[in-house]
Design a protein around this ligand. Structure first.
Ligand code: AP5
Ligand code: ZN
Length: 216
């Protein structure tokens, strides 16, 4: 099973990916998490990416494509994968297809996490994350068991530096300009399913499973 999740910031991609991953034994590749790991590690890529991410812009396509390629080639991803946050431009989508073509593989499902922009401010400004695992919580909707502490590791939770209203506006503008066309790209290939991402996390998970089942 090879799945792509596309949706605006805060639509729930990073919340749903670990659920599907466990259920279907797939690897979860979040380009946002990878970039944040590169920032933590202090690499040159991380340093350059931080400036762009804190402004709500997009990291160059070639950097993202090689990052995905390196990770897709690992043994964990051979059975199948969930891409979260990639592809974000039509160029990235075309390069991904080319990469998979060379291995005689293709994407089975692209899930469009559809949600009105107005609902995203509250989700983004209330989010807390555990950087090392990429797990996310929400101050109101999914609070951790202990205030500001990850349930699994007991390590501190943080607020992402791009999770404020001002940067969110730019991330949304970039989603509409650059990533919406990726939805049309996959619609034309007949593999796009739209999900109402404004519903509860449980509803969304069940909807995803139903989509997978209906086309098995
Ligand atoms: P990235 O980390 O991918 O950020 P994003 O796309 O903006 O998406 P988010 O992580 O903000 O949202 P999400 O959908 O995962 O939401 P979540 O599940 O956490 O990318 C960051 C940056 O990196 C980009 O801006 C760009 O600069 C760069 N980048 C990354 N990939 C790139 C690429 N391919 N090309 C170029 N640049 C790239 O949920 C949000 C909150 O809502 C959480 O608190 C959660 O608990 C809560 N929540 C989730 N679901 C529900 C629900 N159903 N009901 C209520 N609350 C919910
Ligand atoms: Zn995410």
């Amino acid at each position: 099973l090879r799945v792509v999740l596309i949706g605006p910031p805060g639509s729930g991609k990073g919340t749903q990916a670990p659920i599907i991953k466990d259920e279907y034994c797939l690897c979860h590749l979040s380009t946002g998490d990878m970039l944040r790991a590169a920032i933590e590690a202090g690499t040159d890529t991380g340093k350059a990416a931080k400036v762009i991410m804190d402004q709500g812009g997009l990291v160059p396509d070639d950097v993202m494509v090689s990052m995905i390629k390196e990770n897709l080639d690992t043994p964990q991803c051979q059975k199948g994968f969930i891409l979260d946050g990639f592809p974000r431009t039509v160029v990235q989508a075309q390069k991904l297809d080319k990469m998979l073509d060379e291995d005689n593989k293709k994407i089975n499902h692209v899930l469009d996490f559809a949600i009105d922009d107005s609902l995203l401010v509250r989700r983004i400004t209330g989010r807390l994350v555990h950087l090392a695992s990429g797990r996310s919580y929400h101050k109101e909707f999914f609070p951790p068991k202990v205030d500001m502490v990850d349930d699994v590791t007991g390590e501190p939770l943080i607020q992402r530096s791009d999770d404020n209203e001002e940067v969110l506006k730019k991330r949304l503008a970039s989603f509409h300009a650059n990533t919406k066309p990726v939805l049309s790209y996959y619609q034309n290939k007949g593999i796009l399913s739209t999900i109402d991402a404004s519903k509860s996390a449980n509803f969304v998970s069940n909807n995803i499973k139903a989509i997978f089942l209906s086309t098995l």
